[in-house]
Write a new protein. Structure first.
Length: 211
């Protein structure tokens, strides 16, 4: 159903934490912490293919040749506002990454995503980019964000979500077949309000305690 660019993380720890997020009884503090933890676990998988090189290091016992990341510059770009909840988890894994931000809203008449804020590192085109948004529902905002970032000259882009709807995945695969997608679960469908079913509600509201 999905091509090789879609990676569904079925690790037991990820699935256990995802169930905590789904539970309507989970409070803001725990929800925020678990979103960050899942982001860190997804980061581990999404960076699996980063190139390595050999370096010589002297340990307290002897000198040896060991692996280190090879000149790969990384950038994290959360889609405002819910994507902010995934940033700390990513930075715990890749603390040297730079962080950009992109804000989008949906035009009430055309329903097209409109960019209202965009701030990127000046060398974003030279970096491998990880776009963050907990929910991939219709896919419209994520697709627009990818398009905007490609406009900066970025060529290596990963989309990282926690829950996706089949409709959102289909749109990203159609619009951006070159983008790697990492997600903890693909749920059943979207309802008439474009909420993912069964989903976990509005991720932004649950992260920030708003309604």
């Amino acid at each position: 159903m999905y091509n090789e660019k879609v990676h569904i993380l079925d690790h037991p720890l990820v699935q256990h934490k995802l169930t905590i997020l789904r539970d309507e009884r989970t409070g803001v503090k725990e929800f925020r912490e678990v979103v960050s933890e899942i982001a860190a676990l997804e980061c581990y998988e999404a960076t699996r293919d980063l190139p390595l090189t050999d370096v010589e290091v002297k340990t307290p016992v002897a000198t040896g040749t060991f692996k280190t990341l090879y000149g790969k510059k990384l950038a994290i770009v959360p889609i405002l506002r819910a994507g902010l909840g995934m940033v700390d988890g990513m930075l715990r894994m890749i603390p040297s990454a730079k962080v950009g931000h992109i804000g989008l809203y949906r035009d009430p008449e055309t329903h097209a995503p409109v960019e209202y804020y965009c701030k990127m590192p000046p060398d974003i085109a030279d970096r491998e980019v990880f776009i963050l948004d907990p929910m991939l529902a219709t896919g419209g905002s994520a697709s627009a964000a990818i398009t905007f970032i490609k406009g900066y000259g970025c060529r290596h882009i990963h989309l990282m979500n926690i829950i996706a709807a089949p409709e959102g995945l289909a749109l990203i695969q159609r619009d951006h077949p070159d983008v790697e997608i990492y997600v903890a679960a693909v749920d059943e469908k979207l309802n008439e309000h474009a909420y993912i079913v069964p989903g976990l509600g509005d991720a932004g509201d649950r992260i920030f305690g708003t309604r």
